[in-house]
Design a protein around this ligand. Sequence first.
Ligand code: BES
Ligand code: MG
Ligand code: ZN
Length: 494
Amino acid sequence: MANVKGLKRTTKTLETVKTEFLALGLLQGQSLATVTAGLTRELRASVTAAAKIETFKGKSDECILVYGNADIKRIAVFGLGKKSELTTDDFRKAGARIMNRANGLKVKKITVDTASFALTSKLLLQAFTEGLMITGYEFLNYKSDKENEKTVQTVELLGKPDAAILKKVTALSKAVFLARDVSNHPANVATPTFLAEEAKKLGAAPGFKTTIIDESKFEALGLGAFYGVARGSAQPAKLILMEYKGGKKGDKPFALIGKGLTFDSGGISLKPGANMDEMKFDMCGSATVLGVMKAVAELQPKLNIIAAIGSTENMPGGNAQRPGDIVKAYNGKTIEILNTDAEGRLVLADVLAYVTDKYKPAKMMDFATLTGAVLIALGNRVSGIMGNDEALLAEIKRASENSGERVWELPLWEDYFGDIKSKIADIKNLGDGRMAGTISAGMFLKQFVGDTPWCHMDIAGTAWGAKKPEYLPKVGATGVAVRLVYDLLENQVK
Ligand code: BES
Ligand code: MG
Ligand code: ZN
């Protein structure tokens, strides 16, 4: 257990606290005396002297560290920058800087005086404490010698911050950790069956029901596109369904759909060898969904939710589908397979159509490491979104602002449909060569959602390997969009 365990609110003050590491914040231009007032005269003098030596002004890249006494062993004052220039995410980054500094000193417990960090709203308190928490993650499951770099286990908070926000942030952070963990496990461990077991664990929470549909049922259910992908693998594919009833009976659910390719070799259209190991992360969309549902299980929002994960490997086994094959999706559309490596859209096609038909969701969102093209278009700082409903897209952009999980919209104009027309079937699983690859994948998905207000998020660039902002891990999965989606869900509660 190397991850930070939680946030602890205390009634202690700067006068009474005992700690190995005390973090204070200072806005640029604010006088140091306003944040050190509660300290002893000796400690105040040490901090003032250090600030003078370092010409510390409270700029956002500045930090002074002072060694104190037996009660307060270290005091770190973090510059926050100018109040008028600070974004919500800057507060998250400030939390991350504290955590990284304390971990660098191998400290186990830290104390943060929230009153000194200019947290003028609940949103800023949430961002700041999220930054503290989600920076305290590392994945050590496969290290025999569990030498942890993230030593901080407890974060004690002075200044009486809002307890409900702390509860939410602790739950959300653990949800992000779950998403990162399931993603970081290798494909020989994190199989479709493993993901199904994770979903079953969540099924024990109040209001939850988990149902697993095995690959053996796919053809009879009409999930021909999903089945086509699943055929090439020895691991049985699973359609994982999680129903959460926290809202009124009869209220249409919000649907969350995840791509859960536990390994994508490309199938018969085999991928090149270089970096193929990274295709264990092709289930990160499903990890996002599991993470959100973990937060839902803990926080019990008053809302109905349906979560669905299409999970399989994409392998070139003897029974694998071939380029040229034609399959029929759940909604009756026929699809010509021109590249077996464009498998995510095939799995999602059936899951989207199935959920639309069975649950008639009010709104639907899917998460998928769908295209390499989104990395070319947007890099790894921002996820691509596209959809069929302006209001839902606007809600998502707002949740993105709140959570600091950036998104950028790409168009799904009707004329892109020409790119996915097949000569022999209704549609094909490829677009126009190398042109607009992320959009043609989105356009493909659009054929399976009917009139449901829907948004697709392509997280191929953001799900792993993005080391910035500083609250993301240096290696492995990021747990992208868990916090964004929870913010969006909260906004659905009437
Ligand atoms: N899982 C990949 C997309 C991917 C590629 C994610 C690189 C992250 C990094 C997806 O199944 C895929 O192989 N897509 C193809 C589609 C192409 C064949 C139209 C791609 O992007 O190359
Ligand atoms: Mg692929
Ligand atoms: Zn894939």
